[in-house]
Design a protein around this ligand. Structure first.
Ligand code: GDP
Ligand code: IMO
Ligand code: MG
Length: 427
């Protein structure tokens, strides 16, 4: 029994949701620690697809407690909608709890996100879910936390004060419309009785579970290259989607974490703006998008596609201290004669083996590729390592050698059963 962290190692959408669902089989608790409903985590069970935005992907395993942790910016309306969808599928939502320290993502944050993006000369391409504005208010110490929702009268006062200020910003700076305070208060009054019973002091719950030797899974959203400090700033999200994020976002000390599992997609994708060194703007990129069904789970936007960038994965390993890699979507690469993998960045004639801090430098980088042989077989029904074609094994082994991290599981399809165990480390 242990505390395991699952994080994205690229630009998100690596298949974290699927892997959390697989690992949640034996988990007692699954915890989200950062981000909000900008995440779109797809889990496929017996052919039925579930897309989760706020709920931890362990929610489909009714035995595991599901916690929306202190570091999350949680839109309560989206949360209730998501719970309703699950209930309509006959699933239980009784095991969902929200940290009293989590931030309430307010309707005015979503509108602010829209106005900021519309006004920006360099657009980030956000999901428009209000994530940046909610974290801005959190760090400006103007945010409203879930414990403040319990006493509705004082919550109402906070809402009115904050909205009065936001309306001056919306109309005066952005030329937008003011939002109606009475209407917003009524929207929150309607959901008060459903939300309040879910609010808990989660930090003790999580730490006690670890102390008692329970299996606790921390589910990262987004990924290393979208990290607020170490990603391609400013084209990033507003949180720390790394193993370090667990310590601040769930209140768990680094020494309590046993395994850090980095989910690596067998090629690269990115949604939104920002540099992407291995991006393929040709038919090869279109082929990857078609084969991998690369369209955003949250916004439906087509994902930008390119070859696997191991400079990025090594960056993610450095930040996260990966103990294991789960390689996803290896099935998508089947049919190619050769597969390219980026192992360095050439910038102004010099080859770098790390990601520079300045995104303008990253934008100039030309990928240095190692070319590996492909395979023709459909591997999506394979169940064991031995069944895999030799060249697929070589691809996996190349990743292990380059990063120095064991690939403990290979995912070959979207369903919870489409996995190949490699070394028994995740059992
Ligand atoms: P997340 O945000 O990291 O949870 O990833 P998303 O759910 O946004 O995107 C991953 C997509 O790939 C989803 O549609 C998954 O159902 C799908 N997927 C996950 N693992 C595999 C795999 O091994 N093979 C294939 N073909 N699809 C996969
Ligand atoms: P999951 O958890 C992929 C991207 C957005 C944009 C940038 C900032 O499904 O992997 P934000 O709305 O967070 O302010 O947008 O980050 N982004 C994601 N891209 N997967 C995600 O989550 C993402 N969450 C945010 O497209 O470029
Ligand atoms: Mg996603």
């Amino acid at each position: 029994m242990s505390a395991k962290v699952v994080v994205g190692t690229q630009w998100g959408d690596e298949g974290k949701g699927k892997i959390v669902d697989v690992l949640a089989d034996r988990a007692d608790m699954v915890v989200r620690f950062q981000g909000g409903d900008n995440a779109g985590h797809t889990v496929v069970v017996n052919g039925k697809k579930h897309v989760l935005h706020l709920l931890p992907s362990g929610v489909l395993r009714s035995e595991a407690a599901c916690i929306i942790g202190p570091g999350v910016v949680c839109n309560p309306f989206v949360l209730l909608k998501e719970m309703k969808t699950l209930e309509e599928s006959g699933l239980s939502t009784d095991h969902i709890q929200i940290s009293d320290r989590a931030q309430i993502l307010m309707p005015y944050h979503c509108y602010q996100d829209e106005l900021e993006e519309a006004a920006a000369s360099h657009k980030i391409g956000t999901t428009k879910r209000g994530i940046g504005p909610c974290y801005q208010d959190k760090y400006a110490r103007k945010g409203i936390r879930y414990h403040e929702f319990i006493d509705f009268d004082s919550f109402e006062q906070r809402l009115r004060e904050n909205l009065a200020f936001k309306n001056r910003l919306f109309t005066g700076v952005y030329g937008g419309e003011p939002m109606d305070a009475d209407e917003m208060v009524e929207q929150f009054r309607e959901i008060h009785d459903r939300i309040v019973p879910m609010i808990v002091e989660s930090t003790h719950l999580v730490n006690d579970a670890i102390k008692e030797g329970k299996e606790v899974l921390f589910e990262g959203a987004q990924a290393a290259m979208l990290d607020i400090n170490y990603g391609t700033y400013p084209y990033v999200t507003s949180s720390s989607p790394t193993s370090a994020g667990v310590t601040v976002g769930a209140g768990v000390a680094p020494s309590k974490i046993d395994q850090v599992i980095g989910v690596v997609k067998a090629y690269s994708t990115r949604v939104g703006e920002g540099p992407f060194v291995t991006e393929l703007l040709d038919e090869q990129g279109d082929w990857l998008r078609d084969q991998g069904h690369e369209f955003g789970a949250t916004t439906g936007r087509p994902r930008r596609c390119g070859w696997l960038d191991l400079v990025v994965v090594r960056h993610a390993d450095m930040l996260n201290g990966l103990t294991d890699i789960v390689l996803t979507k290896l099935d998508v690469l089947g049919g190619l004669d050769e597969i390219k993998v980026c192992t360095g960045y050439e910038i102004d004639g010099e080859v770098l083996d790390y990601v520079p801090s300045d995104q303008a430098e990253v934008a100039k980088a030309k990928p240095v590729y190692t070319v590996l042989p492909g395979w023709k077989e459909d591997i999506s029904k394979m169940k064991t390592w031995d069944e895999l074609p030799e060249n697929a094994k070589k691809y996996v082994e190349f990743i292990e050698e380059f990063t120095g991290v064991p690939v403990s599981m290979v995912s070959v399809g979207p369903d919870r059963i489409n996995n190949i165990d490699h070394n028994d480390r995740l059992n």
